[in-house]
Each structure stands twice: as structure tokens, then as C-alpha cells.
Design a protein around this ligand. Structure first.
Ligand code: PFF
Length: 471
């Protein structure tokens, strides 16, 4: 097992060509696996379908896809490029690059804000990961077999109303994540992702196949892909933008950290496209598996965060081999969630190591336990504190629980803001030569187009969505 001191999500360390002592990914594939492991997670399978349902379907999906193409992919390229050029943890990569080009030290705040966002996101991410864990047991125990949509709804309702059960699963999830990060992710983890991701993909295809066998597949398909702009609000556009960042793990330094291990001869542009397309495909497949079931069972598309937990079990309860497929599905969902969660704990642990000289083990424990404690506020938001809306006096935050606020502030504000600064940094501040070197697509049309998007389109899009929402 290879253990690393900064970012552990690496298999075998190959030779280093820029930063002495800083290990490198064993191959382009290794990077793609780790980056996809971070990107593909609850965001794709849990969050994408439910926010699509809440925001009326097609038009929202279209805006989301535009955000991925015009904002997400360019920012991923920029973020990985900063990481590879800096060759260190996000905060120190920013410090290094800013110093090299004679820029303000304040750029390190991109790394700092990302670390805070990681901390906040993981606190609720782990609670949802806990839901998935508890559903492994539900499925294996045959609880879905022949169950009506009402009883499946009740099963989920019971879980949410019980803070102790939620706490138990949230704790199990966090312990798993802390243990992996404390040890440093082994090459075994890389191999596991390599095998499990394709299985998850295949299983989603099986689920889509099942959805096709219901008579509501056309309705589900239409809901996802026929835009009805009358259903799209400005808030919906902000949600789509925020989700593009969330689902690709952008704007907070995670991709920067991963990029710092990328060998110089690997194309960042190609790699960013691969990861983004894979991530988007998983989300769309999840949507195609879920919405036909929603309509076939007369359920509410806007049912909220419980959507997948209230729809997929119906399918598992009816299809042949459903206990097996259902159990496998929730196990894979947990794995996808864990590989994302480790990329969220990592920046916190790195910061402890670099700034406080605290060992990886201790850092993972202290960071993980603090995040676990904050997660309790999300658990209580689902039951005892569901009527507690701390910022309810502002119209924008009306009816939002602590859980809703954590999600909103990180995905809709902090991540796009981080991404905006990353785009500005590479587009306007980092030397053009440096950008050319990192992108290595020459300095012809493709490069000029990319820089144009990064300098103008990406920042303008983020700003326009922000300003509209503030008004
Ligand atoms: N991209 C992950 C998902 O879609 O589930 C969530 C996530 C991971 C967000 C890592 C941010 C991050 F830095």
C-alpha cells in the first residue's frame, strides 16, 4: 500500500517531473478514477433527480447541461491546471502561483473557502450517506418485496422521524470515511473504484431497463427532456448552476488537490471532458430510472430529498431478483458516496497537517468528529427542529431548516463563488504562457476559444445568475 502525506487518493506513485518528492498518479486512468470517484456520488443519484423534480423537469435539465458545458468543464480545466502547476495542497498551490506571478496573497482564500465548504457539505452529506446505508439493510431484509408505494413512503418517513436511527447511520458512515482518510487511501481503493464504478453504471442501465418496462417511460422521458420554461424560476437557474459545481466537485480546491498529482504529459482538457461526461451520464441515467416510476405510481415529482428512497424501492420490490439488485444498488450508492466523502474530508486533514502540524490520523479524527457533530444539526432539521428556520426573517430563506441552509449556502453561493475566482485567476491573472503550458492544446483556435470562455463567458454567467438572484 502506498501511503501519501498530502492527498492520499493515489495508487502507485510514479516518477515526478516538477516537484521533487511530490508523487504522481500512476496513469491518466488513475486520475480519472479518483476524480470521477469524487464527482460521482449522492449528487448524481440522490440530488439531481430530486431538484429536477422540484424545478419542473426539462427546462431545469437544459440549464443544468448548459452550466456543465459552459461553466463546469472550463472551471474543471482551470482548477486542475492550477493544481498541477502549483503541485501542492490548494492553499499552498494558490500561494505559490500568486507569488510566482507577483499577485496578491489573498488568492489563498480560494483554498480557505473551499476548505470551509468541504467541512459544511460533508456534515449533511454523511447524513444522506447514512440513509443509503440503512437502505442496504432494508433491501437485504426483503422489506421492499411487494410493498406498496404507501408503505415504502412510510418506511422513509419513519427513518426521518427517528433521530437516533439517523444518528446511528450517520455515525457509521462518518467512521468509514474517517478510517479510510486516516490510513491514507490505498491502491486497493483505486482498484475498487475501477471495478465498482462500471458495475454502478451497469446497474443504473438495468434500472432504466426496468423503467422502460413500465407504461410511464415516455412520460418520464418527456419530463426530463422537454423543456417547459414557464416552470423555470430564477431560483431554479441558481440551483442548476450550483448543482453543476456540486456534482463536479468544483470551486473548492478538491480538483486542484487531485490535479497536483497529475503528470505533465496528461491532457487536462481531455481528462476534464471525460470526467464531466461520465458524471453527467450517471445523473441522466438516474433521472431516467426514477421519473417513469414516479409517474407510474402516481407520485409527486417534487417530493423532495426523499425521492429516490421512495421510488426505487418500489421497482426493487416488483422486479425479479429485486432483493439482490436493490441491495447491490444501495451498496454501490454507499460506495459512490464514500469516495466523494473522502475527497471532502481530505482538504480539512491537509490543512491540519500543514498549518497545525497534526498527524493524518489525528487530523482525520478531529476533523471527522467535528463534522460528525455538525451533522447532528442536519439530523434534527429532519424531525425535532423541522420548524426551526434560523434565517426565516429573510424572504429568500423562508421555511429553510439548517440542513436546507447548509446545502444552499455551499452549493449555491460558496462553490460558484470559488469557481468564479478560479476562472478569473486562470483567465486574467495567471500568465498566458503558464495557461498555454498547462492546457497544451497549442495556442490556436481551441486555446483562444477556451480562454475566451474562461475570461468572459464563465464569469459573466456566474455573475448574472448571482445578481438576478440577489435582486
Ligand atoms: N460531487 C459529489 C457528488 O456529486 O455527490 C459531491 C462533492 C464531492 C461535492 C466533493 C464537492 C466536493 F468537493
Amino acid at each position: 500500500m502506498t501511503e501519501l502525506t498530502q492527498n492520499p487518493a493515489i495508487g502507485s506513485a510514479a516518477t515526478d517531473d516538477s516537484n521533487a518528492g511530490h508523487p504522481m498518479w500512476s496513469s491518466r486512468l488513475a486520475f480519472i478514477l479518483a476524480a470521477s470517484g469524487s464527482a460521482v456520488g449522492l449528487g448524481n443519484i440522490w440530488k439531481f433527480p430530486y431538484i429536477t423534480g422540484e424545478n419542473g423537469g426539462g427546462a431545469f435539465v437544459l440549464v443544468y447541461l448548459l452550466c456543465i458545458a459552459l461553466i463546469g468543464i472550463p472551471i474543471m480545466v482551470a482548477e486542475v491546471a492550477i493544481g498541477r502547476r502549483g503541485g501542492r495542497s490548494p492553499i499552498n498551490s494558490m500561494r505559490q502561483l500568486a507569488a510566482r506571478d507577483g499577485l496578491s496573497k489573498r488568492w489563498v482564500w480560494i483554498g480557505g473557502m473551499g476548505m470551509i465548504a468541504s467541512f459544511l457539505i460533508l456534515s449533511f452529506y454523511s447524513v444522506i450517506g447514512g440513509w443509503a446505508l440503512s437502505y442496504v439493510g432494508n433491501s437485504a431484509g426483503g422489506l421492499f418485496v411487494g410493498a406498496s408505494s404507501d408503505s415504502i413512503g412510510a418506511l422513509f418517513g419513519n427513518l426521518l422521524s427517528d433521530p437516533y436511527t439517523l444518528l446511528l447511520w450517520h455515525s457509521v458512515f462518518m467512521v468509514l470515511v474517517i478510517m479510510i482518510v486516516a490510513r491514507g487511501v490505498s491502491s486497493g481503493m483505486e482498484k475498487a473504484i475501477n471495478i465498482l464504478m462500471p458495475i454502478l453504471f451497469g446497474l443504473l442501465l438495468v434500472m432504466v431497463g426496468y423503467a422502460m418496462s413500465t407504461d410511464s417511460f415516455a412520460a418520464g422521458f418527456q419530463f426530463l427532456f422537454t423543456p417547459d420554461f414557464s416552470k423555470l424560476t430564477t431560483e431554479g437557474v441558481l440551483t442548476a448552476l450550483g448543482h453543476a459545481f456540486f456534482t463536479l466537485s468544483l470551486g473548492m480546491g478538491v480538483m486542484m488537490a487531485y490535479g497536483s498529482y497529475l503528470p505533465k504529459n496528461v491532457s487536462i482538457v481531455k481528462t476534464a471532458f471525460t470526467v464531466s461526461i461520465l458524471d453527467t451520464a450517471v445523473a441522466l441515467l438516474a433521472g431516467l430510472a426514477i421519473f417513469p416510476l414516479v409517474f407510474a405510481n402516481g407520485m409527486e415529482a417534487g417530493a423532495g430529498p426523499g425521492l429516490i428512497f421512495q421510488t426505487l424501492p418500489i421497482a426493487f420490490g416488483q422486479m425479479p431478483g429485486g432483493v439482490f439488485f436493490g441491495t447491490l444498488f444501495f451498496i454501490l450508492l454507499v460506495v459512490a458516496a464514500v469516495t466523494s466523502a473522502i475527497s471532502l474530508l481530505e482538504p480539512v486533514v491537509e490543512w491540519f497537517e500543514e498549518q497545525k502540524g497534526i498527524s493524518r490520523r489525528k487530523g482525520a479524527l478531529i476533523g471527522g468528529l467535528s463534522i460528525w457533530a455538525l451533522g447532528i444539526t442536519t439530523i434534527l432539521s429532519l424531525n425535532e427542529w423541522s420548524g426551526f428556520h434560523p434565517l426565516g426573517m429573510f424572504e429568500r430563506f423562508e421555511g429553510k431548516t439548517i440542513f436546507d441552509l447548509l446545502d444552499y449556502v455551499t452549493a449555491n453561493l460558496m462553490m460558484p463563488l470559488g469557481g468564479l475566482f478560479i476562472a478569473l485567476f486562470v483567465g486574467w491573472f495567471m500568465s498566458k504562457q503558464a495557461a498555454e503550458n498547462e492546457l497544451s492544446i497549442g495556442n490556436g483556435f481551441a486555446f483562444k476559444l477556451f480562454m475566451f470562455i474562461l475570461r468572459f463567458i464563465t464569469p459573466a454567467a456566474v455573475l448574472v445568475v448571482f445578481v438576478y438572484n440577489l435582486m
